[in-house]
Ligand binder design. Structure first.
Ligand code: UDX
Length: 452
């Protein structure tokens, strides 16, 4: 089938590439000429496992093209995807200006019936707005052309985006039009083998499903972080608690890892946006507000543990210290640093007068882009280099390569022999046996032992 995708960010680029991979004929449109030129030359602007070779192969096969020419894209596609960004505006609502702009462009250019698909995460009611915008343009042109607007939210995870897209656990399609549903069934047929993955519903339910999914996952994380905080105060090991509850299938093993807080382009933004939607419709989002508040506090927790270790009553505890930071991306297998916990930690360390030696396997360029050359920040070429000459180590992102360090080497390198593990990667006993003081999230020395 002939597909046009607006937006070559994470969602648009991965969706377009995977649709081409299964044989569809895809044109991706983006306003960023440099990005389009790069993509046409096999330069993929994001780090995502498996994506670059797939883009190159499909581009070479002629099934995947990139252009800034929206008119040409619309002329090409029978199905037009809107996959542009919906950044939060000041009050946390999703900013729909890019979605509206694409809708206007579609209204101006379509010459035959099309199915328009909202792929971006957009508030409930957006499909209706997109429909009205296209309608208004058609009316202005005096053109009467049939079109449908379908909500088809994306559930891919960064770092596993290609895999998630090629093997989706569900394909949510929101539309009341039988023919539009049929069109999307044909489009997704290659991804829908063996068992039925399509969940068809009305447009508004599909729009809310996406927010509900992300809000539920964010809630699980904040819940576990709160349990970790309680564990610290009562002297329990949260990792034992996690194992103790995860085996209950009603709770499950996923997304119950306490840590340095959730980041990324989805959870923080979507929890906020859903809370806004709730408030606008007269529902007080008590739980969502708490989920967000817990996360905001959690992002500062590693620093609090450091203060506790160093302060011993004085304010100057961290001044002049050099802290090695392993992991800057908001999670492993990505170079994305949007809302990353590392950013809060770096700022807190600088504010406290400390210096940072940081390493991340993929996000160093992004770190340089964000902070430029600045005092008190040294970007290092390896994990070992980062700890060289440092006083303490903080682990913020759980990259695989950080999982089994040589603790004897760390003990040698770290002047103060102390490790703050923001992702609970290590066993406290093992680290302490190497002569390193270990603080985890809800375990190790983070626990306040009952005063005798
Ligand atoms: C998320 C959803 O998982 C995906 O379905 C949706 O389409 C987009 O948002 P993503 O933002 O790529 O995907 O990352 P994810 O793997 O979900 O992790 C989000 C954050 O939560 C990370 O900062 C991660 O470190 C944190 N996290 C995750 C925890 O702190 N604990 C956990 O148990 C799981």
């Amino acid at each position: 089938m002939r597909v046009c995708i607006f937006g070559t960010g994470y969602v648009g680029l991965v969706t377009g590439t995977c649709l081409a991979e299964v044989g569809h004929d895809v044109v991706c449109v983006d306003v960023d000429a440099a990005k389009v030129e790069g993509l046409n030359n096999g330069i993929v602007p994001i780090y995502e496992p498996g994506l670059t070779p797939m883009v190159k192969a499909n581009h070479a096969a002629g099934r995947l093209r990139f252009t800034t020419d929206a008119g040409a894209g619309i002329a090409h596609g029978d199905v037009l995807f809107i996959a542009v960004g919906t950044p939060p505006d000041e009050d946390g609502s999703a900013d729909l200006q890019y979605v509206r702009e694409v809708a206007r462009t579609i209204g101006r250019h379509i010459e035959r019936p099309v199915v328009v698909v909202d792929k971006s995460t957009v508030p409930v009611g957006t499909a209706d707005k997109v429909r009205a915008t296209i309608d208004a343009e058609l009316t202005a042109r005096g053109a009467g052309i049939d079109f449908e607007v379908v909500s088809n939210p994306e559930f891919l995870k960064e770092g596993a985006a290609v895999e998630d897209c090629m093997r989706p656990d569900r394909i949510v399609i929101g539309t009341s039009s039988a023919s539009a549903l049929e069109t999307l069934r044909r489009l997704y047929a290659p991804f829908n083998r063996n068992h039925e993955r399509i969940v068809a519903m009305d447009v508004r339910s599909a729009e809310l499903t996406k927010y509900a999914a992300n809000a539920m996952l964010a809630t699980k994380i904040s819940f576990m972080n709160e349990i970790a905080n309680i564990a610290e105060q009562v002297g329990a090991d949260v990792e034992m608690v996690r194992k103790g509850i995860g085996s209950d299938p009603r709770i499950g093993w996923h997304f119950i890892y306490p840590g340095a807080g959730y980041g990324g382009s989805c959870f923080p933004k979507d929890v906020q946006a859903l809370a806004r939607t709730a408030a606008q419709h007269g529902v007080q989002p008590r739980l969502l507000e708490a989920v967000e508040a817990v996360n905001a506090a959690q992002k500062g927790h590693l620093f609090e543990l450091m203060q506790r270790h160093y302060d011993l009553g004085e304010d100057e505890g961290l001044r002049g210290k050099t802290i090695a930071v392993w992991g800057l991306a908001f999670k492993p297998n990505t170079d994305d640093m949007r809302e990353a916990s590392s950013r809060r930690l770096l700022q807190q360390l600088w504010d406290a007068g400390a210096s940072v030696r940081a390493f991340d396997p993929e996000a160093l360029a992004e770190t340089r882009r964000i902070y430029g050359e600045r005092e008190h920040l040294v970007l290092c070429g390896s994990a070992a280099d980062a700890v060289e000459g440092a006083d303490a180590l903080a682990v913020v992102t759980e990259w695989k390569q950080f999982r089994s360090p040589d603790f004897a080497m760390l003990k040698e390198a770290l002047a103060d022999a102390v490790l703050f593990d923001g992702r609970n990667l290590y066993e406290p006993v093992e680290v302490e046996a190497a002569g390193i003081a270990y603080y985890g999230i809800g375990r190790g020395r983070s626990l306040r032992k009952e005063e005798a």
